[in-house]
Design a protein around this ligand. Sequence first.
Ligand code: IDC
Length: 470
Amino acid sequence: RVRTTLGRITLAAATALAGTATVQAAPAHAETALPTITDDQGRTLILHGLNTASSAKGPTGLPWISRDDVVREARDIGTNSVRYLIQWKNVEPRPGVYDDAYLDEVAKRVAWYGEQGMHVILDMHQDIYGPDACKGAGNGAPAWATYTDGLPCTPQDPWVLTYLQPAVLRAYDNFWNNTGKHPELMEHYAAAWRHVAQRFADDRAVLGYDLMNEPFGGTRQFGFFEGPVLAPFYQRVVNAVRTADRDNWVFVEPQALGPNEGAETSLGTVRDPRPGGPRIVFAPHFYPGGVDLGGSYDGAAKLLVQAQFALWKRNMPAAARRLGAPIWLGEVGGMGQDAPGAADFTGDWLTMADDLTMGWAYWSNDPGSSGVVDGKGNPTLFAKTLARPYPRAVAGTPTRISYSSGTLTVGWKTRPGISAPTELWFPSATPPKVTLTDKPGTWRTQWDATRHVLSVWANPAEPTHTITVH
Ligand code: IDC
């Protein structure tokens, strides 16, 4: 019943959205390319990675993985990054008291990714505020920061409906100080991030910080939340992080409701006080209604989802452009491998990401039918589809990424002063066949059969390059 109702709501919403929008394929990159996330050699990073993991929402705040799992992931899927979940409740179990033993455990796991040459984005995760907002349904905030003012709560199925329970709405209203009673909670959150940033500022494996998973405004939504409440909150947290760490990237998400389905965001600009240019990334998610929460990607549902693809592809890059930030898809997926159209859906969002020269983090790395290994440790459909050829790093500004029928094409513009190579990853150890538009004799490649990485040193004197690899 609930699902049917949700389906109808989604249908109505999507129809309404589609009616007001010009639903056509947006150009991959309008006139000007977005800024890009860069590594310490100035190369653009195209991040492919997994969210690791939902299991970190539990009491220990740590995901299920072992070091071997990270080795296997790097080898089999070729990921160069991870969206690694941490929890405020574990960072700050009592007000102003930080659990450094927890951060040591996080650091130990971060090092496993570092050993594989992977970049870690620490994600301060939350769903439904925290475990104490609604009888253990949520995760994120500590008990001491959860003020529900005695309002009732019943966990709902599907879980997202729990967001609308009175106690949960009040917990958020108190956090954002919509009630005027708890200005201290956002202060605590910002200070907790400063502490985390202090711990990881010099950790070379850490690329950045995703400040809050899927912010939810309580009784304030959309234009009443993202502009006046969320953006100033991010600004506070960024300022706090920058007192401890000037170099890592900071990832900011729009509110989830709406943008997750492709609707516009009104998130305001967040300024980066660091010297040497901003390092703020716009990090929306993509969960089209219809495939999320046990849906499918076929028939009428597929048409609705395709409308949401078109909206997302238009609205999210436009928001990134408005914010002057690179874009990165922090969560996508969640479909079981047996759901109708799961492979098709995965292929379509991977193509969207390539079209936007945008990286992603798949939801999730937890064993099971939406993971890369099932409950018995066997590779799923997603292990295969996510192991997609891609440029891990580009020595310039990427203008094109496309992969189909065994051919990867990558185009980029030269950025002066980069001596490190462009690096392409392939699932196979067989040396690939390469053509490049640069004049013969002015460029070279090197194939690493162990890492399945092709390094390309293009001719820096040519302004643009296109490489085609079979
Ligand atoms: C889901 C988990 C599910 C858990 C639920 C609540 O897969 O097992 O019960 O969280 O904690 C998100 C969230 C992410 C969700 C994911 C899939 O960021 O935490 O994980 N999702 O539903 N937003 C949209 C979807």
